[in-house]
Structures are given as C-alpha cells and as structure tokens.
Design a protein around this ligand. Structure first.
Ligand code: NAD
Length: 532
C-alpha cells in the first residue's frame, strides 16, 4: 500500500519546516514555555538530563505522586473544557459534540480508569512456582522504563497525545510530550497549560515540527510511543533501533467494511457513515472502503442519501455538525480521489473552506489511487464482490488493517471472516466505537505494533521485572545442591525431575503444606536414626 502521506513528495506538503516555524504562534507562548522550546541539540540534552535526574531520584515511582499528577491532569481537563473545545474548533472546525465525546470524554475516562485501578495495576504479580522454587519468593515487579517520548498526531490532537501520556505517568515514567505541529491551536494549548498543572521536573512539552522531532529522535529514550503515518512510523522505528529502544507504533491503513444482506441497511448506513464522516473521515479507524455485492451497493447508496440529508440538511457545507479538512495538502490529495470510479453520492468540494461533501464512489478499480492509500477523508469507495470468500481474499491480499468492520447477522459468516483474516481489532455491526471499550487498541503488521488503553496503557509503559529471591536455609540448599559438580547421571535425573513443568491442582498454601510435610519427614528420620 502506498503511504497516505506520499503527496508530500510532489511539492504539496501541508507544512514545510520553515512554514511550521512561521505558523507556530511562538509569540503567544508564555516565557516559561519559551524557555522549554530550545531547538538546539544541547537544549534538548539539558531538558532530558533534568528528566533523567528526576527519574533517578525515584520521585515519579511513588504511587501517591503518580495519583496526584493524574488528578492534576483531570483538573486540567475540567477547568479548561471551553478552551479545549475552542482549540479543536480552530484547528479542525470540530463540532462541539465531537470535541466532547471524542477528546474530553475519552481523556477523562482513561484518567479515571487509571486513577481508580492504579494500585491493582502497579501491584507485583506472584506467578505459579514449580517444585524447584517452592521455598523461594518469585515475583514480577512493575518497573517504569524511565524517560519516555510520546509523539502525537494532529487528527485527534489532544487525546492521541494525552491518553498515552497518562499511561506513562501512571506507570511511573518521566515524559517528553511532542504535540503535532499541524494542529497549531491544540499544540499551543498543551504547551501553555500542561506545565501549569503537572510537575515540570518530570514532564516536559517540546513543540515544533519535523526538524525538531528529527533532533529529538537522535537522543536516547527508554521508550518511544508514536502515533501517525506508516511512513514516519518507519523513521521513528529506525531512530529507535539505534539504541534498541522499545517502541509502540500506532499507525494507519485501510480499514475494510464488509456488509451482507442479513442486516438492516438503514441502521448499517447510519453506523458506517457516522464512523466515516465524524471528523470528516480524518480518523485512523474510520471505515476506509466498503466491500459488498452489487445488489447491496444500490440499497446502501439509497439509505445513505436519506441519512446524509437527515443529519446535515440539503446543504452539508452549512451544517454546524460537519468539520473541515485540516490542511490544504490533504484537501488537494482527497480531491484527486474524486476522479476514481463514479460519484454515486456527494462529490462537492470548496477549496476556500477546505470542505468536502460526504462522497460515495462506485465502479472503482482495485488499482485506483483511492484503493491504494489510506483515504483519511469523507470519501467512501465501494468494492463489489460475489460472495464472502471473495471478500476474505480481497482483505487478505492487502496490508493487515487497523480495524475490520463486519455487518452481518449470520454468525457463521461472522466467525469465518474473523478467523480467516488478521486485523488490529474487529468490530461487528458498528464502526469506531470499539475504541472506547475495555479493549487493547493497536495495529498489527503495517497498521502498527503494541497496544494501549486502560490496563494495556499502563502495561505498555511498564517493564515487568522478574525477581527470584532464593532461600538461604539448609533445606533449600539440599533441594538444589545436585547442580554442583562433580556431575553424575543420578544428579541430572534428579534435576530434570525438579525442573519439570507440571500441571498442579491449585491447592491453597501448597508450599506451606509441602514444607510442613518435609519437616515432619525430616523429624521422623532424625528421631529414628540419630536419637534412638
Ligand atoms: P505524521 O506521521 O505525519 O505526524 C505525526 C508526528 O510525526 C508529528 O508530531 C510530526 O511532527 C512527526 N513527524 C512528521 N514527519 C516527520 C519526519 N519526517 N520525521 C520525524 N517526525 C516527523 O502523521 P499525521 O499526519 O499526524 O497522522 C495521520 C496518520 O496517522 C494517518 O495515517 C492515520 O491513520 C495515522 N493515525 C493513527 C492512529 C492510531 O491510533 N493508530 C491515530 C491517528 C492517526
């Protein structure tokens, strides 16, 4: 699949670094924030050095401190609700309801989950012990990585940055936040507001564009969490490779949407068009294209026509509930897709307003540009197939998607598609809403690596450190001294017996009972042979 950002190469890039510096409103930043924005390598080294010192001090590992910081972040959302809504409207003309539901609520609920469950998530795990370790302490400790870098994307400029940041804080890390330079107002909001609520010794916002991210990536981090395009994902992964830094890549791709004739098509159209046209399709898990038979296509388009009219009225451009394309570059790229196949619905656009009407394309060829790259806009092509096996082959011939949508009431067909394909996640009979369930969120193959949200968010930023504490007593030594030379066949057999993985019934206090039995046997032996 071509990268959706490939239009960068032909001179239509949304913002060059020089433009970014020009567009970024540095003059509006406070002096405190300006001090943090040092585009020289040494400047970053100073910031990172300070964060490393804070991490080494152990301050961020304290659970009370972590909760206090998470609660401060919660206050930031509560006390700046209107500023958040305004920043999103300025960057993306995001309707108020979408700002609340897709950003503020997502961020708030993630924080509440982390705060409420932090003690449980951070508690050491006691794994099952084998016979060889029955007198020892075996524990899995939850250790923060250290100083982590979180790089956000512009399409959901707050939650895609601040949700993983909350996970990193909950896990006890220090964090460098890098907002996207394209969502200028949200980026400024974060740079201005974050230091007022959270501890600047442990968390620093670094603003800027490609040049600054490139410089940042030359430094060593303990973990990198990146959300954005596949193309830049590869750059981030290559930079991380230099230091073997563990990395989560939340990338994009084409998420297919299969529809069969067993579902209510009006309801299906509503759920698909909502997922496609919220944030005007600039959503990584928006249904990218539909796969269905020619008969379903016809009915789907009729239902869609009614739904769009019901939602946005006769003139979509006048609707307050419909957003705009974020950059001129993305707008130009999307307009070229109108030349693929036939426009069955919509098709209007207005460059002066970066407006593109919800559009459905039919008769697209599998090789059309609209089918080669992630669309990331309100254009929905329909690919015709003959049957479910055709659909499965079509999906499997392409990169593994971030999400796979299946609209069917036929459980056998549902299971067949789920079992025969691979995707970051599957959502049956709806779109996008799996994002807010208690599910791991992330891609597979070309759509990314690693996952987050809820407990998975905490776990992503946590190293699970195995810890074995051997008993030094006589019995423990006796149980394992067969490992010492001189080696014999009997010793080898005994060690194999002790080390063998067995399926035990889970008996409570098994090791205590075993220790008691061993002690009783030893007492009996000593009494019989030594004290008689
Ligand atoms: P992007 O990759 O262009 O930019 C994201 C970040 O990378 C920005 O902070 C930017 O400064 C930095 N960056 C850009 N070019 C860089 C370079 N050459 N070197 C170093 N850093 C660079 O992505 P985007 O345009 O913000 O987002 C759109 C893409 O992200 C789509 O493909 C979409 O599907 C994907 N996405 C994925 C998710 C997810 O959760 N999986 C969420 C949102 C977006």
């Amino acid at each position: 699949m071509e990268d959706w950002n490939s239009w960068d190469d032909n001179g239509d890039a949304p913002l060059l670094t020089s433009d970014i510096k020009r567009e970024f409103p540095f003059d509006l930043l406070s002096n405190q924030t300006k001090n943090l924005i040092d585009f020289e390598m040494d400047g970053y080294e100073n910031i990172l050095g300070q964060l490393r010192a804070t991490f080494r001090s152990g301050k961020t590992k304290d659970l009370k401190y972590r909760k206090k910081q998470l609660e401060a972040l919660l206050r930031l959302y509560e006390e700046n609700r209107e500023e958040i809504i305004n920043a999103l409207a300025a960057d993306l003309r995001r309707p108020r309801q979408e700002a609340i539901v897709f950003e503020i609520d997502v961020m708030t609920n993630e924080l509440l989950g982390l705060i409420n469950n932090l003690d449980e998530y951070a508690a050491p795990i006691k794994p099952d012990k084998g016979v060889a370790n029955m007198f020892d302490k075996v524990t899995i400790l939850k250790e923060p990585f250290g100083v982590v870098l979180v790089i956000g994307a512009w399409n959901y400029p707050l939650q895609l940055l601040l949700v993983p940041v909350a996970g990193a804080i909950a896990a006890g890390n220090c964090v460098v936040l890098k907002p996207s330079e394209i969502s200028v107002h949200c980026s400024r909001f974060i740079a201005e507001t974050f230091p007022k609520y959270l501890d600047s010794d442990a968390y620093q916002v670094i603003s800027g564009g490609i040049e600054e991210t490139t410089s940042l990536l030359k430094h060593q981090f303990d973990y990198i969490f990146y959300t954005g395009s596949n193309r830049v994902g590869q750059i981030v992964h290559a930079a991380a490779n230099k230091y073997l830094t563990p990395t989560t890549l939340e990338l994009g791709g084409k998420s297919p949407c299969y529809i069969d004739d067993t579902v209510d098509l009006n309801r299906a159209a509503k759920r698909i068009l909502w997922g496609k046209n919220s944030n005007v399709g600039q959503t990584c898990i928006a249904p990218d294209y539909i796969i269905c038979t020619k008969e379903i296509e016809k009915k789907f388009i009729e239902e869609s026509r009614n739904v769009i009219k019901e939602w946005y009225g006769d003139d979509v451009q006048q609707s307050p509930d419909y957003g705009r394309i974020a950059t001129d570059g993305n707008f130009k790229r999307l307009v070229t897709f109108m030349n693929c196949g036939t426009i069955a619905l919509g098709g209007k656009f207005d460059a002066s307003d970066r407006f593109i009407e919800p559009t459905i394309l039919t008769d697209v060829s599998h090789d059309d540009p609209v089918m080669r790259e992630e669309i990331f806009g309100p254009i929905l092509p329909i690919v015709n197939i003959h049957d479910i096996h055709d659909a499965i082959d079509f999906i499997n011939a392409r990169d593994k998607p971030l999400s796979l949508y299946i609209f069917t009431s036929n459980n056998k067909d549902r299971d067949l598609i789920i079992d025969s394909t691979s995707a970051g996640a599957v959502c049956v009979n709806d779109t996008v809403v799996h994002f807010v369930c208690n599910l791991p969120f992330g891609g597979v193959g070309a759509s990314g690596m690693g996952a987050y949200h809820g407990k998975y968010n905490f776990d992503t930023f946590t190293h699970e450190k195995g810890c074995l504490e051997k008993s030094m007593d006589y019995v423990s030594e006796k149980l394992s001294d067969a490992r010492y030379p001189p080696y014999t066949d009997n010793k080898a057999s005994y060690l194999s017996f002790m080390m063998k993985k067995r399926k035990f019934w889970k008996i409570p206090f098994f090791s205590h009972i075993l220790a008691f039995a061993f002690g009783a046997a030893a007492a009996y032996y000593l009494k019989k042979y030594y004290f008689n």
